[in-house]
Design a protein around this ligand. Structure first.
Ligand SMILES: Cc1cc2nc3c(=O)[nH]c(=O)nc-3n(C[C@H](O)[C@H](O)[C@H](O)COP(=O)(O)O)c2cc1C
Length: 212
């Protein structure tokens, strides 16, 4: 096994108390932003947006809607991961235009792909659950962010203990295609956070992995 990688994954834990004096450097933060952007998604549609809340006044407003968890205000960077809950035609067109531009091939090349996406997400059973589908994609970005941060020895706390409708209100998402899915506090653990020493509780390989 790759012990370096496993060491980092064991080092990470859901931080309860961040050192509010320690800030992530600009370079490291840009790297973590890229880890969000580089996250894979179904069909490559990237049904998400990442709000990095750095305004202390806004963070203060979010705290009471986050079960009063202190990480919201203590962490270096607070990310709200929002799902795109509408997949309108213009969004699909935008995606195909980007694909055509970036890969330098005519858009018509993707006609079959377009049809496949539309028949699944616009007409198929999944069209009835786009917010749920998009939220699942967002969680992949959350996982990517946490793992990449851990590899860089940067701490995180994933946070579902939030009230998404209140977040949407505070972040002015109502009236847009985006809705809050989950949040993630990113920064450096406080030396006073006793959870850093808590043993990991994970089920055994036998219980969780089956080779068929
Ligand atoms: C999607 C998700 C949401 C979570 N929400 C919170 C939260 O709101 N507050 C918190 O302190 N921990 C939260 N956690 C942390 C989990 O409790 C923690 O990851 C789990 O107990 C395993 O412990 P470890 O991450 O420290 O190894 C969340 C974890 C995940 C994956």
């Amino acid at each position: 096994m790759n012990s370096n990688l496993l060491e980092q994954l064991k080092w990470r834990y859901a931080v309860k108390k961040f050192d509010s004096q320690k800030k992530i450097s600009e370079r490291d933060w840009k790297t973590l932003e890229e880890s969000l952007i580089l996250t894979p998604s179904s069909y490559g549609l990237q049904p998400w947006k990442f709000f990095v809340v750095q305004d202390p006044k806004v963070r203060k407003l979010l705290t009471p809607h986050s079960w009063n968890q202190t990480q919201v205000e203590d962490c270096s960077h607070f990310v709200v991961l929002a799902a795109r809950v509408e997949l309108d035609d213009s969004y699909l067109e935008f995606y195909l235009d980007e694909m055509s531009r970036i890969r330098n091939v005519p858009k018509e090349t993707f006609a079959g792909y377009h049809k496949m996406i539309a028949s699944d997400l616009k007409q198929g059973p999944r069209s009835k659950m786009i917010p749920e589908w998009a939220t699942r994609q967002v969680y992949i970005a959350l996982g990517n962010l946490m793992t990449c941060a851990a590899i860089m020895k940067i701490d995180t706390c994933p946070m579902e203990g939030i009230a998404p409708p209140k977040y949407d209100e505070i972040l002015n998402l109502n009236g847009t295609s985006y809705r809050t899915a989950v949040a993630c506090a990113v920064g450096y653990r406080s030396t006073e956070d006793k959870y850093a020493e808590a043993k990991k509780v994970r089920f055994t390989r036998e219980k969780l992995v089956e080779i068929i």
